[in-house]
Design a protein around this ligand. Structure first.
Ligand SMILES: C[S@@+](CC[C@H](N)C(=O)[O-])C[C@H]1O[C@@H](n2cnc3c(N)ncnc32)[C@H](O)[C@@H]1O
Length: 220
């Protein structure tokens, strides 16, 4: 377990936010992505080229849905670790794998994405789903993922892109700003958390900026 960044305002706010919505997270995530979240996670794992018997890391694993996809790809000889700093999200993740055939191959660790408690070059791949935009120092998180992945291994971030097409862009942000907080409020009673999703998505870097940052961290 690594040190938790309790003194950083954003980290504290983010941890409390996810702790407060953990029980409803999976349902609302699926509604927000119109059910596409599962296929996106499968695509990420396919792109990660994680093989049978492989060793994978899922940073900001939340309720463990991407971690589970990694475990499916790595099979019975695989070793998969999910890391998150929200105790309630990890608790739901533990519940989510209770009846999963490969649960013995999954470890959930509480820790901070910017200070990974793993050795250099330990994993075959690292993924992060909708996580980087929550981290105060995105570069440090990407550097850490790069450090713990073996040379030649994949580091993959899954997130919402910033839309550019004029009419679609307005509709997209309207949904994020109005519809999602209303639905989130209805299902979890926590409108503020879903307003945070809007601001974190809106304020997150564009694809090109993120790709440049990956390159600066040493990724090809
Ligand atoms: C939107 S959820 C994503 C969950 C999951 N990856 C998925 O596929 O649905 C973001 C997660 O990132 C975690 N998180 C945010 N900042 C973090 C940090 N600095 N270190 C570890 N976890 C963090 C939150 O606790 C939350 O569970």
């Amino acid at each position: 377990m690594s040190n938790l960044p309790g003194n950083e305002g954003k980290s504290k706010y983010v941890r409390e936010t996810f702790n407060s919505i953990a029980k409803r997270y999976d349902l609302i995530n699926t509604l927000m992505t119109l059910g596409l979240d599962k296929s996106w996670r499968r695509l990420v794992v396919k792109l990660s080229e994680l093989k049978e018997g492989g060793t994978g890391l899922d940073v900001c694993c939340g309720t463990g849905m991407l971690t589970i996809e990694q475990a499916r790809a790595a099979g019975p000889a695989g070793k998969i670790t999910g890391l998150d700093f929200s105790e309630n999200m990890i608790e739901v993740a533990q519940q989510n794998i209770r009846d999963f055939a490969l649960k013995e191959n999954i470890w959930f660790v509480r820790g901070d994405a910017t200070d990974l408690p793993f050795e250099n070059s330990f994993f075959d791949c690292a993924t992060v789903g909708w996580g980087l935009r929550n981290v105060p120092n995105v570069f440090k998180a990407v550097q850490e993922m790069t450090r713990v992945v073996k040379p030649g291994g994949k580091v993959i971030s899954l997130d919402m892109a910033q839309p550019t097409a004029p009419v679609f862009r307005e509709f997209y942000w309207l949904c994020f700003d109005r519809v999602i907080p209303a639905v989130g409020n209805l299902l979890s009673g926590n409108k503020k958390a879903y307003k945070y999703f809007y601001s974190s998505a809106r304020g997150f870097m564009r694809q090109k900026e993120l790709a440049d940052l990956f390159a600066q961290a040493g990724l090809a």
